[in-house]
Design a binder for this molecule. Structure first.
Ligand code: NOJ
Length: 567
């Protein structure tokens, strides 16, 4: 396209993530859907967000809640029709809200036409759309290598028809696409173009760092430290052609639209993150990194004690490292993460609202594009699981099936899942105190957290002090001429990095500065104004305890957070 300049609108956006199955049931079958989203468009507008990331709504047999796609060009029956989708997209656009769709192209569903063909014979034209290998051992009945699926067990499934194995880094029903095949890359380019032409504004690129795999010599077992769900990572994460393939997709399609991409970038280092997002490399526009949500985890699933200093060190590393060179997504929650309350705040007790608001401040004042996951704006909380029967996620049930006969380990399952389960964030959104949280009028696919009677949209709208109303103010700051330019462009400086209780940083742009102070603890904490800071004409920007100017030394109350414009 001639004279085409990208506006990079995402740098001014706040994105709201919708997990459609759990957002709002619009047709009375107990499952969230597109008509449900249409009902809530004004809610989104009032919240002030300017883009929506919609988790997959394409045709899917739902082995992994839509992350297993059987038709990239159509909508899942349970969620509605393409016409519903068009109406929703028009409704978002009328309200000035952009739409970011999920792009899941590391793998398809095994029910996708390409795979159905691929598995038929070794000379089928679609054979090389996927990664097929001979097995090891005498009869080829052992997987080609020791790589594991991120859902547990081998990353290979034997297929009787052609007596070969196909690779699946997630569930068996999610065979990995072979990106080394130019036809696959062309298919992806075409489907991206298809949605852009229908009016989509951007894509969240699912597990995009895994698309380029090392070509395996059949029968080799790569070395690797044992982690039951990460064997082989070093061979397929940020693989050999990843940057080339992303650049190609950008050059061929994305660069011709005023679109944006955000890549889900597991295991990404700062160095690699810069390669993905540097504007002149033309690959992705932004990434989700994981370091901070792994600051209380080992091997991605085993909880460990949260240490604020580690979280701050991660933020500071990315804030400083990306400054002027790349752009990041800011998030605490999504459909794969537990709720952040309790996780990064310790037991918040009767300070739920203050804690939720404090977390929001700690994130939204950083440089990057903030993401709000449905329900986070209400301060929704984690559920207390007592049994595996209360869980719906395949990852949880797979883990349970692997460990249920190991007496000592099985006892850890519930405590671990209470910290880690993906189901926490997937329970239905709380719209009101009505039955089923106002999510549906019939028994929903997943019972809501019983605390919906107290924590819900209807109540929050009435309460001037609610987390929801606070989010509205916080989001509005990204458009406020007093501070928006500082939040977007300001240099980041952290104070007191060794402090275990407080997160204090400033953002400074062309002589104007904001100071951000967050108490992460459920107790009073002493705070001294950093001596570099003069606090003369300070002006309150936002705070979670309707209060006056802090003194040079003061006691912060539990989860107190404020932002002052200090110059
Ligand atoms: C990442 C998605 O966020 C997650 O929900 C899914 O299970 C995997 N990718 C596989 O698509």
């Amino acid at each position: 396209m001639e004279n085409f300049v990208k506006t990079r609108w995402y740098k001014d956006s706040v994105v709201y993530q919708i997990y459609p199955r759990s957002f709002k049931d619009g047709n009375g079958d107990g499952i969230g859907d597109i008509r449900g989203i249409i009902e809530k468009l004004d809610y989104l507008k009032e919240l002030g967000i300017t883009a929506v990331w919609l988790s997959p709504c394409y045709k899917s047999p739902n082995a992994d809640n839509g992350y297993d796609i059987s038709d990239y060009r159509d909508i899942m029956d349970e969620f509605g029709t393409l016409d519903d989708w068009k109406e929703m997209t028009a409704g978002l656009h009328e309200r000035g809200i952009k739409l970011i769709m999920d792009l899941v192209v590391n793998h398809t569903s095994d029910e996708h036409y390409w795979f159905q063909e691929s598995r038929k014979s070794k000379d089928n034209p679609y054979r090389d759309y996927y990664i097929w290998r001979k097995g090891r051992g005498k009869n080829g009945k052992k997987p080609p290598n020791n790589w594991t699926s991120r859902f547990g067990g081998p990353a290979w499934k034997y297929d009787e028809t052609t007596k070969e194995w196909y690779m699946h880094l997630w569930a068996e029903k999610q065979p990995d696409l072979n990106w080394d095949n130019p036809k696959v890359r062309k298919e992806v380019q075409d489907l991206v173009k298809y949605w852009l032409d229908l009016g989509v504004d951007g894509f969240r690129c699912d597990v995009i760092t895994y698309i380029s795999k090392t070509v395996l010599p059949d029968g080799t077992i790569p070395d690797g430290k044992f982690n039951p769900i990460a064997v082989g990572d070093e061979y397929f994460c940020h693989g050999p052609h990843i940057h080339e393939y992303l650049h190609e997709l950008n050059e061929k399609v994305l660069s011709h639209y005023d679109s944006m991409t955000v890549g889900e970038a597991a295991n990404v280092t700062l160095e690699e993150g810069l390669k993905y997002t540097a504007e002149d490399r033309e690959e992705l526009d932004t990434i989700f990194f994981f370091d901070h949500v792994e600051s209380d985890m080992m091997m991605q699933v085993i909880p460990k004690k949260f240490d604020l200093r580690k979280l701050k060190a991660v933020f500071t590393k990315w804030q400083k490292g990306m400054f002027g060179k790349g752009w990041i997504a800011l998030y605490y929650e999504n459909h794969d993460q537990p709720r952040s309350l309790g996780r990064f705040t310790g037991k918040y007790g009767d300070h739920r609202k203050e804690a939720a608001k404090m977390l929001a401040v700690s994130l939204h004042m950083q440089q990057g594009t903030p993401y709000v996951y449905q329900g986070q704006e209400l301060g929704m909380t984690n559920f207390k699981f007592k049994s595996v029967n209360e869980m719906r996620d395949q990852l949880a049930t797979n883990i349970w099936n692997m460990i249920k006969y190991i007496p000592l380990v099985r006892r850890l399952f519930i405590p671990i899942m209470n910290r880690r389960s993906r189901d926490h964030g997937r329970m239905p959104m709380h719209w009101s105190a009505d039955k089923y949280a106002g999510f549906s009028e019939v028994t929903p696919w997943y019972e809501p957290n019983p605390n919906y009677v107290d924590i819900n949209v209807e109540e929050s709208e009435k309460d001037p002090d609610s987390v929801l109303n606070f989010y509205k103010k916080l989001i509005a700051l990204r458009k406020d001429p007093e501070v928006a330019h500082i939040i977007k462009n300001g240099v980041y400086t952290e104070y007191y990095p060794k402090n275990k209780d407080l997160y204090v940083y400033e953002r400074s742009y062309k002589g104007e500065t904001i100071l951000i102070v967050c108490n992460f603890k459920h107790k009073n904490v002493e705070f001294k104004l950093p001596k570099e800071i003069a606090f003369n004409d300070a002006k309150l920007v936002i705070s979670n305890y309707n209060d006056s100017l802090p003194l040079s030394s003061m006691t912060l109350r539990p989860y107190e957070a404020f932002v002052y414009k200090i110059s």
